[in-house]
Design a protein around this ligand. Structure first.
Ligand code: ZN
Length: 374
């Protein structure tokens, strides 16, 4: 049997299946950053940052893609030349045909993602999202004559409607009577101009993420037999079950802040960290957010956390925590996120195995915290 040919777009699909782009913040830029979706693929390198050294390591290893946590393209670029940091990476990526794909806030917020891994690593049990993902979903209700409901539902699903957590093709339908009267100049699918009609119709309901709405409405118009489609869009307040920024949970046994700080250092392999709060205080309820999570101090405090573990804590964040009486452990951006390298590689490996795809996933071992303590 001929060896199956995999492409960059297959890898993008795999990453998005694991870390749904719908979970990404609006300001974020996730997914394929540079690369040809149709280019062949059999080897992938996973790293935290899309820096030049990681990209060169991917190229030298013969990989066709680099999967990272942090996006390469974030702010608009005025030019792409090898003279600036991002331009140099882009330049090299294009010249060496290495695609760059990232999973950023969608990895942070995933049910089985960066923050749930960090919680497990620190021995934080029964953790749940600190700030649940709001979802940004709408309910789409559309009325369709009997006999056309299945075709319409399939069209909506094919455009991405009807996804709830790990379930897709979710909908509800009920039968009833629709009425209408066609005006002058219309071409009604059923009935005559100027006469009131009663038609057996289905009320078909499903959910749509706001980002997919234009495509879904487009497909709806194409698949619906009526020239004037009656439909409702209702904004929803639903959260995405289990997904969200940061986590909060409990230690099995209470610890002093200092003993917990030792545990953080050991489990995240960091040589040092910064503490806000007296070392002898007892803590048990732990909030955490890998990367820059100091903006969650108030949220963590409101939910009764004794401590927030994160990175990038600024002076005023520290003062705010002091005032609120919540402890902070700043283990650094790098140390609280680098565990994603192994975890994402493993998740991609096992997802590819399920598809019987022969793609080699390796981790980039050369990454170092840019901060050194002198
Ligand atoms: Zn980060």
């Amino acid at each position: 049997m001929a060896k199956q040919q995999h492409r960059i777009q297959d890898l993008v699909g795999l990453v998005h299946k694991l870390y749904d782009p719908e979970l990404a913040e609006d300001w974020d830029n996730v997914g394929l950053q540079v690369g040809d979706p149709g280019a062949p693929l059999d080897r992938v390198l996973v790293a935290l940052d899309p820096c030049l050294s990681a990209l060169e390591a991917a190229r030298d290893a013969g990989a066709q893609a680099l999967v990272t946590h942090h996006p390469l393209l974030f702010r608009p670029l005025k030019r792409v030349t090898p003279d600036d940091a991002i331009g140099k990476v882009l330049w090299t990526a294009v010249r060496s045909s290495v695609a760059v794909i990232c999973a950023h806030t969608n990895l942070d917020c995933a049910v089985d993602g960066l923050n749930s891994w960090l919680a497990a690593q620190l021995g934080v049990q029964q953790s749940k999202p600190l700030q649940p993902s709001a979802g940004d979903y709408l309910k789409l209700v559309v009325f369709v004559p009997a006999g056309h409901e299945q075709g319409l539902a399939e069209a909506l699903f094919s455009a991405g409607a009807g996804k709830i957590g790990a379930y897709d093709q979710c909908s509800f339908r009920g039968m009833g009577t629709g009425t209408f009267r066609a005006g002058e100049g219309t071409a009604p699918f059923i009935g005559e101009i100027g006469r009131q009609e009663e038609v057996t119709e289905f009320r078909l309901e499903t959910v749509v993420h706001r980002r997919k709405l234009p495509r879904v409405l487009d497909k709806m118009q194409q698949a619906h037999p009526y020239e004037e489609v009656a439909y409702d869009l209702v904004p929803l307040q639903n959260q995405v079950p289990g997904a969200g920024l940061g986590r909060i949970g409990r230690l099995e046994q209470p610890l002093t802040l200092e003993a917990f700080a030792d545990r953080v250092k050991e489990s995240l392999h960091c040589s040092h960290l910064r503490l806000i709060g007296e070392g002898g205080r007892t803590i048990q309820k732990i909030a955490l957010c890998g990367g820059s999570g100091a903006g969650l101090v108030q949220t963590a405090h409101r939910q009764g956390a004794d401590v927030l573990v994160t990175g990038d804590v600024k002076y005023h964040d520290a003062r705010q925590a002091e005032e609120l009486g919540i402890a902070l452990v700043d283990a650094g951006h790098f140390a609280t996120e680098k565990l994603m390298i192994e975890k994402v590689a493993e998740a991609l490996r096992s997802a590819a195995r399920q598809h019987h795809w022969e793609i080699l996933f390796e981790t980039y071992a050369g990454e170092q915290d840019p901060f050194r303590f002198y």
